[in-house]
Design a protein around this ligand. Structure first.
Ligand SMILES: *Cc1c(COP(=O)(O)O)cnc(C)c1O
Length: 395
């Protein structure tokens, strides 16, 4: 059996998106900046994709800028707000300890450039407190950046409340919505954000393409200089086929959202209830305020890496934390932020399901994971010490 359960890392393109992609690559290959008919056809397709994507987000087409994906969108939003703030003497950037590295590393760079960066803690359930955000804002604050849904533990952040506060205090607000767009309802007006990042490959679109929503009037500077594409805010010939694939994937994801999330919620409940029967194991993040696709667990006494490799041998693709931190020995910053100690954080497993997963897939996961966990525990010196009482159980 083969079960792909790593949709938070990336997804398989849906057939309609793949078709839109290949159709455009075959037939609409002109450069949208060219004045001849082939270029104009590409430009028309680009314009309609911008309108379709805007419509899915409750935005205006002029507020959508195409980028190479979530990382670029996060980088551009944060740097634009930071440099605009600097011009007004605002040098403080407020974010959270559980952001994606595209946000955290950009903030680290800006800190080295002289900005003050405040990373707010989260609760043990993996949710930032609105009052902490409010308390961190002062007259020096240029930007608040809080993700909509976390990529490792799936928790959903109170972005609409944060948006209201930022608006009232005159502070720019960016939300990394890469895990949320196409999965749960996302409306830029309701969130009240100035910037919102999305990435096509997280909602069954192509890789290497995404978008940044920029509210009309919010500052936006290019990261990449060159031609006048994207109203001069992002140079480089547009990847029209990828953008067409993204627009189709997003429309289809939004259209199917009700049915998909009902299915995923059912599978998620079954998976959580089943895996929590394993002793000394815990769910990471709030049980209810989470994406329907995401579950993350810690198993005491084992290494997440070994768990992943054995599961892979059984045809199961999962992840220990985020795809971006795997390969490094540091425990996940997100798991540390929700209070997991190093040893426990090392024994993590993220299962992120998608609409093509079935009940039979979950049954297979529920058969294999307990088996592999107990196999690894039987070989683990740490587990032996725990059983012998030489170490205290934490979970
Ligand atoms: C995947 C992801 C990103 C990065 O998106 P890319 O398109 O892979 O660059 C940023 N933020 C979050 C929350 C993500 O899950």
């Amino acid at each position: 059996m083969f079960v792909y359960a790593d949709h938070a890392a990336t997804t398989k393109m849906r057939p309609a998106a793949l078709k839109a992609y290949t159709d455009a690559a075959e037939a609409v290959y002109g450069n949208p900046s060219s004045l001849h008919s082939s270029g104009q056809r590409a430009k028309e397709l680009l314009t309609s994709c911008r309108e379709r994507i805007a419509a899915c987000l409750g935005a205006d087409a002029r507020e959508i800028f195409f980028t190479s994906g979530g990382s670029e969108s996060d980088n551009q939003a944060i740097r634009s707000a930071a440099y605009a703030g600097l011009k007004k003497g605002k040098t403080k950037l407020v974010s959270t300890a559980i952001e994606h590295h595209a946000v955290l590393h950009t903030l680290e760079k800006l800190q080295k450039e002289g900005f003050e960066v405040v990373l707010l803690p989260v609760t043990a359930e993996g949710i930032v407190r609105v009052e902490d955000v409010e308390g961190a804002i002062d007259e020096k604050t240029a930007l608040v950046s809080v993700m909509l849904a976390n990529n490792e533990i799936g928790t959903i952040q109170p972005v609409s409340e944060i948006g209201k506060i930022c608006r009232a205090r005159g502070v720019l607000f960016h939300t990394d919505a890469v895990q949320a767009v196409g999965h749960i309802p996302v409306d830029v007006k309701e969130i009240g954000c100035d910037y919102l990042a999305l990435s096509a490959h997280k909602f069954c679109g192509p890789k290497g393409v995404g978008a940044l929503y920029v509210r009309r009037g919010a500052p936006i500077f290019p990261l990449i200089e060159g031609g006048a594409q994207e109203s001069g805010k992002r140079a480089g010939t547009e990847d029209v086929p990828a953008i067409a694939g993204m627009a189709t994937a997003l429309e289809a994801s939004v259209a199917d959202m009700g049915a998909t999330s009902a299915l995923l919620k059912r599978l998620q409940d079954k998976l959580i209830d089943g895996l929590l029967r394993i002793p000394h194991c815990a769910l990471n993040g709030d049980r209810n305020r989470r994406l329907p696709s995401n579950t993350s667990f810690c198993f005491e006494g084992i290494e997440g890496e070994s768990l992943l490799l054995l599961l892979d041998d059984m045809g199961i693709c999962a992840s220990s934390g985020s795809a971006c931190t795997s390969g490094s020995l540091d425990p996940s910053h997100v798991l540390l932020a929700i209070g997991r100690v190093h040893d426990v954080a090392h024994g993590s497993l993220r299962i992120s399901l998608g609409e093509e997963n079935t009940e039979a897939d979950v049954d297979y996961l529920l058969q294999c994971i307990p088996e592999v966990v107990s196999h690894l525990r039987n070989m683990s010196p740490v587990w032996r010490d725990l059983l012998a009482g030489k170490r205290q159980f934490i979970l």
